[in-house]
Design a protein around this ligand. Structure first.
Ligand code: TRP
Length: 344
């Protein structure tokens, strides 16, 4: 369906919502693909940034690790520049509207819609029968996250576009089924940034991921300067010098990835990076990339370490964020329940 055909005449306030799962270390891919954009949006929108611990448990999480990871993700948000005073930062499970609305959306979304979700197929793989039911309905919970606040704009990476499209379908079907035109907005994806897809430093064809075994495959936001520099130095490359035009990066996934990372960190285009380093050997380029990476990322790592040393502070941020989130979501849930016919 064309986006044009699916305009809701929603006229409520504009609001940004996004989330990151608390399943492990935040890494460079999370930063360049998502969190850095969250930071920039704070200037123009009221933003709600959620640590999605309920999405995390769609795959098994050790409870103690989950608690730690929720705090680490929160620390990462703040260290990257999200301001929890101006905007709202909280963990999903602390606001019951997410679970309540997700149930209603389980009854709005169709099996056929969810059967088409490529992320479920990728994650469940050949073991579909053994995947949690939660993993299957994961996108319905994501729609609930967004629509519990009637959020209008959602910064996401390329890989979440399909889920966001599903959120729009759910909003539209709810509005139609219950004859409440424009009740929910149809949330728009905001896909920003230059290097939204950061690949593994060991394999330029695989996404940088917290689940890859080798620590050298990724730069974690909590890494210190030496670790960052070492990982860049050890990043896999091919033996050729850098090309003198962007087309020359084709079929050179590792070179393409490192140039992409440089471009994103320096806020340049790949073309500009290639012009600067045309014909350079990796022995020249890598130290430059290491220096740039350290200058952007090491301060974030230091700030994260400081924040993580004070879990009481983090928990307090989350608690206050959840309270402010509830103040928005609870009245919306009351409206939703009335629309559905629940007695409240
Ligand atoms: N599914 C998203 C991811 O893995 C995280 C997420 C959960 C999210 N709820 C959301 C993103 C709502 C945007 C809006 O990246």
């Amino acid at each position: 369906m064309e986006n044009e055909a699916k305009k809701s005449n929603y006229s409520g306030p504009q609001r940004v919502f996004s989330g990151v799962q608390s399943t492990g270390n935040l890494h460079l891919g999370n930063y360049l693909g998502a969190i850095r954009n969250f930071v920039d949006l704070q200037q123009d929108y009221d933003c709600i940034y959620c640590v999605v611990d309920m999405h995390a448990i769609t795959a098994w999480q050790d409870p103690e690790e989950l608690t730690k990871n929720t705090r680490a993700t929160t620390a990462g948000y703040i260290a990257c520049g999200i301001d929890p005073e101006q905007h709202i930062v909280f963990n999903q499970s602390a606001v019951s509207a997410h679970a309540e609305l997700a149930w209603i959306f389980n009854c709005v979304a169709r099996m056929g819609w969810l059967n088409r979700m490529t992320q479920f197929k990728d994650k469940a793989g050949r073991h579909k029968e053994n995947a949690s039911v939660g993993l299957f309905v994961y996108p319905n919970l994501m729609a609930a996250d967004i629509l519990a606040y009637k959020a209008t704009h959602v910064p996401v990476g390329e890989d979440q576009k399909q889920h966001l499209e599903l959120s729009r379908d759910i909003a539209q079907k709810f509005n139609n089924d219950f004859n409440v035109p424009a009740f929910f907005p149809l949330p728009e994806p905001l896909i920003l940034g230059l290097a939204t897809r950061v690949m593994s430093l060991r394999d330029g064809t695989a996404k940088m991921s917290k689940s890859e075994k080798s620590e050298y495959s990724r730069i974690n936001l909590k890494d210190d300067a030496d670790t960052i520099a070492k990982k860049i130095r050890k990043a896999r490359t091919d033996p050729d010098p850098l090309p003198d035009n962007v087309a020359g990066l084709k079929d050179r996934p590792e070179a393409d990835n490192l140039v992409g990372i440089y471009a994103a960190l320096a806020k340049m285009t790949k073309k500009e990076v290639i012009e600067r380093f045309a014909g350079a050997q990796f022995s020249t380029f890598k130290p430059e990339l290491a220096e740039l990476s350290v200058s952007v990322l090491a301060p974030i790592g230091e700030e994260m370490a400081k924040l993580m040393a004070d879990p009481g502070y983090i928990d307090n941020v989350l608690r206050q964020g959840a309270e402010r989130a509830r103040a928005i979501a609870d009245p919306i849930m009351a409206e939703v329940k009335k629309v559905v016919g629940f007695i409240i």
